[in-house]
Ligand binder design. Structure first.
Ligand code: AR6
Length: 174
């Protein structure tokens, strides 16, 4: 199965790339972003600074890639989810996070990728709707490429774990 859900700390996963739910400054923060920078060490922030110097941060829905530093993952793909305010555009931006992250993964020859539940923490996106968008978008991407072997949804909390599981059951039963 190409799509999997686990209840895990994403910083522990030995995959080609883990995705970070960053903010547009790329300078770190709390939540999964803080955990990734803590576990990965200063090399990640150093590369983020170079990216900021080059292109001035990362817009909502876009993604950039850095080393994984001391993480078991080779790369970190930093994407910026939307802050939830209930506008339709926010769903599109969340879908863009998944698509653009996977495009970067393919460009960097990553075969295995792990995602956190982007925007469902500090950015307050409703977990139910976010799970539908996450699974639908990733499944659609994988249908159009053979470059990626596995995508893991690394859920930190029970609620996200069950919601993603529910959505995966739908796509896996096609
Ligand atoms: N592994 C996997 N998932 C995690 C981990 C972890 N170690 N830690 C937290 N989560 P959030 P956002 C889950 O708030 O909503 C940051 O300060 C968490 O349970 O990390 O996109 C950034 O710098 C939740 O389900 O990201 C931005 O400013 C999910 O990760 C802002 O927060 C996302 O929660 C981004 O907010």
């Amino acid at each position: 199965m190409k799509l999997e859900v686990v209840k895990a700390d994403i910083t522990k996963l030995a995959v080609d790339a883990i995705v970070n739910a960053a903010n547009s400054s790329l300078m770190g923060g709390g939540g999964v972003d803080g955990a990734i920078h803590r576990a990965g060490g200063p090399a990640i922030l150093e590369e983020c600074k170079q990216i900021v110097a080059r292109q001035g941060g990362c817009k909502t829905g876009e993604a950039v890639i850095t080393t994984g530093g001391n993480l078991p993952a080779k790369f970190v793909i930093h994407t910026v989810g939307p802050v939830w305010n209930g506008k339709p555009k926010e769903s599109e931006l969340l879908a863009n996070c998944y698509t653009h992250s996977l495009q970067l993964a393919v460009e960097n020859k990553c075969k295995t990728v792990a995602f956190p539940n982007i925007s469902t923490g500090v950015y307050r996106f409703p977990k139910d709707e976010a799970a539908v968008i996450a699974v639908k978008t990733v499944a659609a991407f994988l249908r159009n490429t053979n470059e990626i072997e596995k995508v893991i949804f690394a859920c930190f909390d029970e609620e996200n774990f069950h919601l993603i599981q529910r959505e995966l059951d739908k796509v896996n039963s096609w």
